[in-house]
Design a protein around this ligand. Structure first.
Ligand code: FES
Length: 216
């Protein structure tokens, strides 16, 4: 019976502890929702930051690629490889000597169909643009006076200084190691007589070079 007060006090202590716990739970439930950071909210914030990072990186990469493409995109090609102005018809009298065009790397000649000499037009009539690059190994071919070509009279010929390949005024090969005649380029003439050579449109030379001349 002496233990009864002790048991009573222990029971009171438990009741007090339980009451206190209930009070704490009730207090925590009364904390405003805005001050609570639930786990799912934390996760969604991290996902948002990660998505923002990758989106930013993607936009930066796309911008860099766009700038590179814009830089490399060929536009308004000028000089060799594109259209090259070549003066007017008045610059090329029929039967006159070929005229060099450095920008376009070609010779322009107005073939005289009545020139029947060995180095002559081969019956061709009109403008012919001949690439100055020798079809053999690529040396620049000059128009040469008093040139000696085995098997022909000396005179004016296209003659390569590297290995002697020789060509008529129409670029037809007559001698030397070159495997073909001089290459030809496409010619355009507008209504006003202005001439443009399409130096990106090159045809391998052949014995038919004279027939490729553009009538004027
Ligand atoms: S490069 Fe012209 S003949 Fe050889």
């Amino acid at each position: 019976m002496a233990n009864e007060p002790i048991q009573q006090s222990q029971s009171d202590a438990w009741k007090a502890a339980l009451a206190s716990r209930r009070t704490q739970v009730a207090d925590s439930e009364s904390v405003p929702a805005a001050l609570v950071t639930p786990l799912d909210q934390d996760v969604s914030r991290r996902s948002f930051i990660r998505a923002s990072f990758w989106a930013g990186l993607g936009v930066s990469l796309l911008g860099s690629v766009g700038l590179l493409v814009d830089y490399l995109y060929p536009r308004n090609v000028r000089g060799f490889g594109g259209p090259v102005p070549a003066g007017t018809l008045a610059d090329y009298p029929v039967g006159a000597e070929p005229v060099a065009n450095s920008e376009g790397q070609f010779w322009m000649v107005n073939l005289d169909p009545t020139d029947t000499s060995d180095a002559g037009s081969g019956g061709g009539s009109g403008l012919l643009a001949l690439w100055r690059k020798c079809p053999h190994l690529g040396c620049t071919v000059p128009w040469k006076h008093n040139a000696t070509v085995p098997g022909f009279d000396s005179g004016s010929w296209f003659q390569c200084p590297c290995h002697g390949s020789s060509y008529t005024v129409a670029g037809v090969r007559v001698y030397g190691p070159a495997a073909r005649s001089m290459d030809t380029m496409a010619i355009e003439i507008d209504d006003a007589g202005n001439i443009t050579v399409q130096t990106g449109q090159i045809l391998p030379g052949g014995p038919d070079n004279p027939s490729r001349a553009t009538p004027v």
